[in-house]
Design a protein. Structure first.
Length: 98
């Protein structure tokens, strides 16, 4: 009986850890998309549909390679001016925003 209880506790602990990792990834993905879309609006189009961009960005982030690209793009544009980000980060950010 004790073995069964210990096994149940172990499985619950593993499940909670997996849920916590997923939640952290979702927060990172959300933050990356928000920063990328806001930067595009700031630099290129003050009337840009940031909400639509955010929705497209988070939808495409279900694919791990897209999520990696968003991480790289956000890291690249962080603390850069519009001109710097345009030239330095084009390869990292291409395809995320129009």
């Amino acid at each position: 009986m004790r073995t069964v209880i210990k096994t149940c506790f172990a499985l619950c602990a593993l499940s909670l850890a997996a849920c916590a990792d997923d939640a952290l990834e979702d927060v990172d993905e959300s933050t990356d998309c928000e920063i990328i879309c806001d930067k595009y609006m700031e630099c290129f189009d003050s009337d840009y549909d940031v909400e639509g961009c955010y929705d497209r960005c988070t939808d495409r982030a279900d694919d791990m390679s897209s999520q990696d690209q968003e991480d790289e793009c956000e890291s690249c544009i962080d603390d850069m001016s519009c001109g710097e980000a345009t030239f330095a980060c084009a390869n990292d950010c291409i395809g995320i925003v129009p």
